[in-house]
Write a protein that binds this ligand. Structure first.
Ligand code: ZN
Ligand code: ZN
Length: 91
């Protein structure tokens, strides 16, 4: 059985879960889930919020535009671990 990056992404999307980042449009890297439930790469959402900091506007979710007055704590979720397991199986 061969599991490429694409296969993993597609099979996960088939299950109705979105494991791609809507900022860089790639597979989530160091995924974090923000309070509205959307997930982004740690770096992508940080960069996004840094830009908003500079503009002096509230932090928002790039996907649903929900705004957060305080910058939410970014907690790593377990997608990364799940992917590692899948990638291990492919070798
Ligand atoms: Zn990203
Ligand atoms: Zn959102």
């Amino acid at each position: 059985m061969f599991w490429g990056r694409e296969n993993i992404q597609h099979s996960m999307q088939d299950r109705g879960e979105d494991f791609s980042c809507s900022v860089c449009l790639d597979l989530l890297k160091d995924p974090v889930t923000i309070p509205c439930g959307h997930s982004y790469c740690m770096n992508c959402i940080k960069t996004n919020w840094d830009e908003e900091d500079m503009k002096g506007i509230f932090h928002s979710c790039p996907q649903c535009r929900k705004t957060f007055i305080l910058r939410p704590d970014l907690q790593k979720n377990t997608i990364q671990n799940l992917l590692k397991v899948l990638i291990c199986f492919s070798r």
